[in-house]
Design a protein around this ligand. Structure first.
Ligand SMILES: N[C@@H](CCC(=O)N[C@@H](CS)C(=O)NCC(=O)O)C(=O)O
Length: 315
C-alpha cells in the first residue's frame, strides 16, 4: 500500500531525463513508485497534476508535484541526503553544470537524432507520432526540416562535448568527480544513454573510439534504480486527490520577482515545450517557484518549478 510521502515518478522507460532520476534512486537505494506516461502528447493522466507541463519526468509526493530534473533531484537530495549526489562536495558546481547539460549538450544529440535519415533506427518502443510531436517540441531550438546541412556542425560539437568527459576520465578515475557517482555523471550520461538507444549508429561513431566512456557507462548502469514498483496512473491521481499539499513556504519580500503570494501567475519553460501553467503563487525559494492549482480530477495541488529555465509572470 502506498504511504504518505512516497516517491511517485511519472516517466517512460526510454526517457533519458527520467534515467537521471532513476539513477538518483539507485545511488540512494530508495523505493519508489513508477507511473508510465505516454512518450508523446496527449498525456491525459499527467496534465491534471501539472496543469499543462508535459515534459518527462515529473515527481509526485502526495499533492506536491515537482517539475524538471533540476528541482526533482534537489528535492530528493533534501529529503534523502545520503549518499549524496555531490560526492566531491561541490554542490554548486554540479547544479550549475545543469545549464550546460540541459542546453547545448542535450540539444547537440537531439539534433543528431532528429536530423538522422532514419530517426527510428534504435530498437525502442515509441508511438508512431513521436517524431512529429518532437519536431514541434524542439522548434524553439532548431528547425528539423533544415537540420541535414547542419549535422556536421552538430557532430563536431558533440566530439568537443565528449572531450570534456574524456578529460575527466583520463587519470583512470571511476566516475567524473572521483571514486563515487554523482550528479555530474548523470548530467554527462545523457548523450551516450540517449544516442545508444535512439541513434545507435551515431553512438558508435561518437563513443567507440573511447573505451573509457563505455566502461564508465557500465559502472553507472550497475548502480541500478533502487526498488521500483509499478503504479497505475489512476492510482497516482487518486493519491493526489486524497492528499493535502505541504504548507507553502511563502514568498520572500526581497525576491526580485516582486510578486506577492496569492497573485495569479503563469510559469512557462523558456527553452522548449513552452506550455504555460497557470496558478496562484504560494511560494518561492532562491531556486524555485511554487503555484497552487485546482483540478477537477485531483483537487488542490501545488506544482513546483525551478527558476532557472522558466519564465514567471503575472497572469
Ligand atoms: N529540463 C527538463 C527537460 C525534460 C525533457 O525534455 N524531457 C524529455 C524526455 S527525456 C521530454 O519531456 N520530452 C517530451 C515528453 O516527454 O513529453 C528536465 O530537466 O526535466
Amino acid at each position: 500500500m502506498p504511504q504518505t510521502g512516497d516517491l511517485i515518478l511519472h516517466h517512460y522507460d526510454e526517457a533519458p531525463f527520467a534515467e537521471k532520476v532513476r539513477l538518483v534512486f539507485g545511488i540512494k537505494d530508495l523505493a519508489w513508485h513508477s507511473v508510465i506516461q505516454p512518450a508523446a502528447l496527449p498525456k491525459p493522466d499527467l496534465i491534471p497534476l501539472t496543469g499543462g507541463y508535459r515534459r518527462t519526468p515529473v515527481l509526485q509526493i502526495g499533492a506536491d508535484i515537482f517539475c524538471d530534473t533540476q528541482l526533482i533531484i534537489a528535492e530528493i537530495e533534501r529529503l534523502y541526503p545520503l549518499p549524496s549526489v555531490f560526492p566531491d562536495g561541490n554542490p554548486g558546481l554540479a547544479l550549475a553544470l545543469g545549464s550546460w547539460a540541459h542546453g547545448p549538450y542535450v540539444v547537440t544529440s537531439v539534433a543528431l537524432y532528429m536530423g538522422a535519415a532514419d530517426p527510428f533506427a534504435g530498437d525502442i518502443n515509441l508511438p508512431s507520432h513521436f517524431f512529429e510531436d518532437r519536431k514541434k517540441m524542439w522548434m524553439t531550438q532548431f528547425d528539423t526540416e533544415q537540420l541535414k546541412a547542419k549535422l556536421p556542425g552538430y557532430r563536431t560539437r558533440l566530439r568537443a562535448h565528449t572531450d570534456f568527459l574524456n578529460q575527466q576520465l583520463a587519470d583512470g578515475r571511476a566516475f567524473l568527480t572521483g571514486d563515487r557517482p554523482g550528479l555530474v555523471d548523470l548530467h554527462a550520461l545523457w548523450n551516450p544513454w540517449f544516442l545508444r538507444r535512439f541513434a545507435p549508429a551515431d553512438a558508435r561513431w561518437a563513443y567507440d573510439p573511447y573505451p573509457q566512456i563505455a566502461a564508465w557507462e557500465a559502472r553507472l548502469d550497475r548502480i541500478g534504480h533502487g526498488t521500483r514498483q509499478e503504479m497505475a496512473p489512476a492510482q497516482a491521481l487518486d493519491i493526489a486527490r486524497q492528499s493535502i499539499p505541504l504548507p507553502a513556504c511563502g514568498v520572500s519580500p526581497d525576491d526580485p520577482l516582486a510578486i506577492d503570494a496569492g497573485t495569479p501567475v503563469v510559469v512557462t519553460p523558456s527553452d522548449y515545450a513552452q506550455v504555460p501553467v497557470t496558478g496562484t503563487l504560494v511560494g518561492t525559494t532562491v531556486q524555485s517557484v511554487s503555484i497552487r492549482r485546482e483540478d477537477p480530477r485531483v483537487g488542490e495541488v501545488v506544482v513546483h518549478f525551478p527558476k532557472i529555465g522558466y519564465e514567471i509572470v503575472r497572469s
